[in-house]
Ligand binder design. Structure first.
Ligand SMILES: Cc1cc2nc3c(=O)[nH]c(=O)nc-3n(C[C@H](O)[C@H](O)[C@H](O)COP(=O)(O)OP(=O)(O)OC[C@H]3O[C@@H](n4cnc5c(N)ncnc54)[C@H](O)[C@@H]3O)c2cc1C
Length: 441
C-alpha cells in the first residue's frame, strides 16, 4: 500500500484544500486521478477501503484490459497497472476515509469525510470527480417472500467471501439473475467444488454478456432457466430450499409451475445501482434510466464543477470503458480549475427509437483537441439489424449500422462533435431496428 493517510497537507488557514478531489479509487477513480494530475492539478483521491482498486480487487478471473492494454488481465493485475500510475504521480491518497457530505462553498466545494485517525476531515476543492461505483440490489429490493434465514447473499458479497476472505457461503447455491456477476459466481462456486443448482432468470434473455453465458455456464454444464424466478425462500435459521416458478409475458409467476429446489444458499445477481445519493442535496440532474448524473462530453454534470465517471455514471460491462470515462472526467475537472474551459452552452441530445440510454446526454460548445469523442449507448430491446443516426436540423451527421444489438451489451461509438452546429437545433440520436427486408450498406 502506498501510505496510510494523507502525505501532504494542503493548507489554506486551517483547512485542507486541493484543485481536484476524486471520490473512489476503483478503475474510474484511479484513471481520473492520473489524468487530473497529468493536466497539472493538485489531486487528492479518497477511498473508504484500505486499498485502491475498487471491485477489481475481488475479480480474480481474467478478461480485463483487452482494449486498454491489449492483454487478458485479472482484475487485480489491471488494478495494479493503474496503482503504479497513481504512485508515480504526486497524488495524495486518503484510504479508510468515507465521504459523508458535499456542499458548495466559496472556492468550489466543501467536502466532509470520516476516518479512524482524524475522525472528521474537511477538504475544500475547486472540482470533484465522483467515481463511487455502484451497489448491488438486495433481496429487500426484489420483494422476496418467506423467512429471512442466513444464506442469502448478493453475488458481489459471495465473491468477496470466496476470493478475498477464503469462506464458502454454501455448497449448493441457487443463483437468481443472470447478470455478469451471477454468471461469474456460478463458475467460481463450481471451481471451488460446489454444485450449482441452477441460474434462474425472470427475463427471456440472459442479462449478462454472451461470452460469460458460454464461458461460465455452458462450459460447466450449469443450467440456465429463462422466464423463471424465485418466489419463496424456505428455512428457519439457514436457507434450505427455494420455490421457483415460470413467469408469464408480464413476469407474473405461474403458480401451477411452482417447484421446490433444495439448496443451502441463494445468490442474487439482480442489478446494480449507481452510487449517487450523496449528490441529491446539490440538486444535480440524474438520468432516470442510468441513475447516474446527466453529463456532457467532458463527464461534467449539471452542477458546475462536479464530474462523474465509471459505474457511478452508468453501469459498464467492460472496465476499459470505465477507465476511459475516468480519464475524460479527471482531465476536464483539472481544466475546470484553471478556467471555464469546459465551455458554456449545452445542447441536449434528444434520443429516440429503441435507444434505452445514451451517455453523454448533452454536448457543450467548446474547443476540442480531438473532436471525435466516445459515446456509449444500450438498446432497449434486442435487434437483429439496427441503424444509429445522429441528426441536426434534418441533416445526417453520423450513421452506423449494427448486425446485432442487445440490451446486455453496451455499445461505444466515436462521434465527431465538431460537426454539431452549436447554434443549431437540438441534435437527435435515433436507433432504429431494421426489418429483414432493409438493404445492407
Ligand atoms: C463480479 C464482477 C465481475 C466483473 N467482470 C469484468 C470482466 O470480466 N471484465 C471487465 O472488463 N469488467 C468486469 N467487471 C466490471 C468492472 O470491474 C467494473 O465495471 C469496475 O470495477 C467499475 O469501476 P468503478 O471505479 O466505477 O467502481 P468500483 O470498482 O466499484 O470502485 C468504486 C470505489 O469507490 C469507493 N467508494 C464508494 N463510496 C465511497 C465513499 N462514500 N467514500 C469513499 N469511497 C467510496 C469504493 O470503496 C470503491 O473502491 C466486473 C464487475 C464485477 C462486479
Amino acid at each position: 500500500m502506498k501510505r496510510q493517510y494523507s502525505k501532504r497537507q494542503y493548507k489554506d488557514g486551517q483547512r485542507r484544500c486541493c484543485d481536484v478531489v476524486v471520490i473512489g479509487s476503483g478503475p474510474a477513480g484511479m484513471a481520473a486521478a492520473v489524468s487530473a494530475a497529468d493536466a497539472g492539478a493538485s489531486v487528492c483521491m479518497i477511498e473508504r477501503e484500505e486499498k485502491m482498486g475498487g471491485i477489481l480487487k475481488q475479480c480474480i478471473h481474467d478478461g480485463f484490459g483487452l482494449i486498454r492494454f491489449e492483454e487478458k488481465l485479472t482484475g487485480p493485475e489491471y488494478s495494479w497497472r493503474y496503482q503504479q500510475m497513481v504512485n508515480e504521480r504526486d497524488i495524495d491518497f486518503l484510504n479508510l476515509t468515507f465521504l459523508t457530505k458535499i456542499e458548495r462553498s466559496g472556492k468550489g466545494f466543501s467536502l466532509e469525510f470520516v476516518n479512524p485517525a482524524e475522525a472528521v476531515i474537511s477538504i475544500e476543492a475547486a472540482s470533484v470527480v465522483m467515481a463511487m461505483g455502484c451497489r448491488e440490489r438486495t433481496d429487500r429490493q426484489i420483494f422476496l417472500h418467506g423467512q429471512r434465514p442466513a444464506g442469502i447473499f448478493t453475488a458481489g458479497q459471495a465473491q468477496d467471501f470466496i476470493n478475498l476472505k477464503g469462506f464458502m457461503p454454501g455448497k449448493r447455491p441457487v443463483i437468481l439473475g443472470s447478470g455478469d456477476i451471477g454468471l461469474i459466481m456460478a463458475r467460481r462456486f463450481t471451481l471451488e467444488g460446489a454444485s450449482v443448482r441452477g441460474v434462474y432468470e425472470i427475463a427471456s434473455l440472459p442479462s449478462g454478456l454472451t461470452r460469460n453465458v458460454v464461458q461460465c455456464l455452458e462450459d460447466f454444464d450449469i443450467p440456465l432457466h429463462l422466464n423463471t424466478t424465485v418466489t419463496e425462500v424456505h428455512g428457519r435459521d439457514r436457507v434450505e430450499a427455494v420455490t421457483v416458478c415460470r413467469v408469464d409475458e408480464n413476469r407474473h409467476p405461474l403458480q401451477d409451475t411452482a417447484r421446490r429446489i433444495d439448496c443451502d444458499c441463494l445468490i442474487l445477481s439482480v442489478g446494480l445501482i449507481p452510487e449517487n445519493d450523496i449528490l441529491i442535496p446539490l440538486g444535480i440532474e440524474l438520468d432516470p434510466v442510468t441513475r447516474g448524473p446527466v453529463v456532457d462530453q467532458f463527464m461534467h454534470s449539471s452542477c458546475p464543477g462536479i464530474f462523474s465517471c465509471g459505474n457511478a455514471l452508468h453501469v459498464s460491462d467492460l472496465v476499459d470503458y470505465v477507465s476511459e470515462s475516468g480519464h475524460a472526467a479527471g482531465k476536464a475537472a483539472a481544466e475546470w480549475t484553471k478556467s471555464d474551459l469546459v465551455g458554456s452552452r449545452k445542447l441536449r441530445l434528444s434520443a429516440g427509437g429503441i435507444i434505452q440510454y445514451i451517455v453523454p446526454q448533452s454536448i457543450t460548445e467548446a474547443e476540442h483537441e480531438d473532436s471525435a469523442l466516445p459515446v456509449y449507448f444500450r438498446p432497449s430491446v434486442p435487434a437483429d439489424r439496427a441503424e444509429f443516426l445522429l441528426k441536426q436540423s434534418g441533416r445526417i451527421l453520423y450513421k452506423k449500422r449494427f448486425s446485432y444489438l442487445k440490451p446486455s451489451e453496451m455499445q461505444r461509438l466515436e462521434i465527431d462533435f465538431a460537426r454539431i452546429d452549436p447554434e443549431g437545433e437540438m441534435p437527435v440520436v435515433e436507433l432504429t431496428a431494421l426489418g429483414m427486408e432493409a438493404d445492407d450498406e
